[in-house]
Design a protein around this ligand. Sequence first.
Ligand code: NG6
Ligand code: CA
Length: 515
Amino acid sequence: MRHKTKLFFLGVCAMLFSCNSNETKAKKIQEKPSKPNIVVFYVDDLGYGDLGSYGAVGVETPNVDRLAHEGIKFTDAHSSSATCTPSRYSLLTGNYAFRNNAAVLKGDAPLIIDKNIETLPDMLKKGGYKTGVVGKWHLGLGDGNVDWNKEIKPGPLEIGFDYSFLIPSTGDRVPSVYVENHKVVNNSDENDPIKVSYVSKFGDMPDGINNPELLRQKADVQHSGTIVNGISRIGFMDGGTPALWTDEDFPDVLTDKAISFIEGAKSDPFFLFFSFHDIHVPRLPNKKFQGKSTMGPRGDAIVQMDWMTGEVMNALEKLNLLENTLVIFTSDNGPVLNDGYEDLAEEKLGNHKPSGIYRGGKYSAYEAGTRMPTLAFWKGKIMPGISNALWSQVDLYASLADLIKQPITDNAAIDSQNILPVLLSSQEKEGREYLLEESYTLSLRKGNWKYIDPFPEEKTIPDFIEKVKNIEGGHMYSPQLYNLEEDPSEKNNLATQYPEKVAELKSELEKIKNK
Ligand code: NG6
Ligand code: CA
């Protein structure tokens, strides 16, 4: 009897012990950081109003809208800047671009990201990720005087990416060739080396000024350099005939590369930065998409971008990765219609409003410069909803570091704030207290207040934004203050009415500048 009791007692103990250890195991598994794949769809020049789910008319975007309906649709998420290079710089470094004077780069500019800082892909790689970038780069390559016929570095592989397939600068800048890892693709003719100049015309290739009869789209003077594929570009190039791209192939080429990267990386967690050429100029959508909107090439390029997004999502679904992949969809800066080429973007606009209700667009200090259509999708993990939390793409660094529980190195990502809860739930309202918007000046948001820093008297306000681009730049010699709650379109400057608010935001801005 006694013996039996003892056995029973021992048995219960063993059970309890094993329960306990099971519990600890379960806890441990829970505590293990989740390492989902991360895909960032980064569209070029897509405005707040350019998607069906954000009110577009004249163009349908069912694939992207699916992410909006099944994930979080953000209404107050921002690119760091109203132009491309600075926004990309901030996203990949977690630092504001003004700290590095990062501005729109020429096509032969050296890499502007310091190899010694820990970038977003560096951080993710340390956390066990395979990292890849496919598409537009525009952050410079090489360290000055790049030779396009040799190894091109430093570039993405030197700042944390395992794989890169690039449009090196922009579609409207030479060289019009793809760069895969360190090499130009198909640069196969030794007797026809690639040469590039941003100073003057050279070589035998025709240009837009001397051979306008060869052009498929008329261009402004800046875009009247070397003609490739019937389109004149910014800058001059010669050689590399077998390597020259055909713009209409971008959707297939880039989507294939993105999907192959995913297929090759799927046994590790992976990070894919899929950086679209669309809907930047020159807008030359593939035949599959021509005439698919009522807005001409700009609308058709939106359809093309939607298709590319859908193809990558389908690939993730086929590979059974949707429940283990955080997808973020956003754009690098606000919309522009006429950005150098005559492609009927203005004429065919109809009732479509690329900036939605917001004022300005690309280059602008007003909201449409940086307020981006932004979505977060993660099947089974993120519940559908709309979020008006305030956050910036510069925050992706700290937020993704928290997601995968990877510490941030000292002095890295100094401007990035952890807004992970906002990224994962529309119920989480607490975004940033202050948000910086970069344009040709700096603006600061606090809640619904928006302050735009004036230009100093001695600096000339760039007038091409209004004059050439037909966009309200919002750059002035006096301070501006708007209350976006009552006045989302920034029509009533309240700076003289609320001097103390101006002073508060100005002093906060100074603190950020001097950090
Ligand atoms: C500008 C180009 C514009 C575009 C832009 C960069 C003018 C006159 N020209 O210099 O066409 O290429 O640079 O666009 O503005 S971005 O999206 O890469 O920032
Ligand atoms: Ca852009």
